[in-house]
Design a protein around this ligand. Sequence first.
Ligand SMILES: Cc1cc2nc3c(=O)[nH]c(=O)nc-3n(C[C@H](O)[C@H](O)[C@H](O)COP(=O)(O)O)c2cc1C
Length: 183
Amino acid sequence: MKIVALVGSIRRSSYNRKLAAFVQQHYAGQLDVTILDLGALPYYDQDIELEAPAVVQEFKQAVLAADGVLFVTPEYNHSIPGVLGNAIDWLSRVERPLTGKPVMILGATMGPLGTVRAQGHLRQILDSPGVAARVLPGNEFLLGMVQNKIDAAGNITDDQSVAWLDHCVQDYLEFAQQLAPND
Ligand SMILES: Cc1cc2nc3c(=O)[nH]c(=O)nc-3n(C[C@H](O)[C@H](O)[C@H](O)COP(=O)(O)O)c2cc1C
């Protein structure tokens, strides 16, 4: 299954990027994950949305061509980071490549609550009419205190978290299969 990952942090040592890279490697047999660069996108601007810059068009094309989308995000001030909101704004206008797409949300924070508030907001945003993505129900992958749970090589060292991630990924695969158009 071809997946694009949208990571809500563009800092070099981002834990969320490490989490996306962990998923990319750990589930390579089931998910073919490409991590997209949200830092390359300009600010969304309605004045240019009909003739968006090439980098935006390529980004939207990559999302359109994917079978599913993985959001991996920190929590900023109890919500989603601006870089992620900006990417979603581009994806919600003109061609809308998230519409109907199976989505899974993961998040890591250095705080104890592991992005629970950001994920709640993200679910609301993804349910808006301009986006209308299909978000995996019943599963929240929250990696709180992430600084103690990912090692220098990018491995998740907390067995319980890996077991729950395995469960979420299996649920996601079934969910996406149910949504996939019949061959
Ligand atoms: C602007 C800003 C706001 C933040 N707000 C929250 C927050 O609301 N809740 C939380 O748990 N952590 C918050 N943090 C801490 C992040 O969890 C921490 O910086 C985390 O490592 C960011 O993810 P990253 O490593 O992928 O960049 C905030 C960090 C920044 C820079």
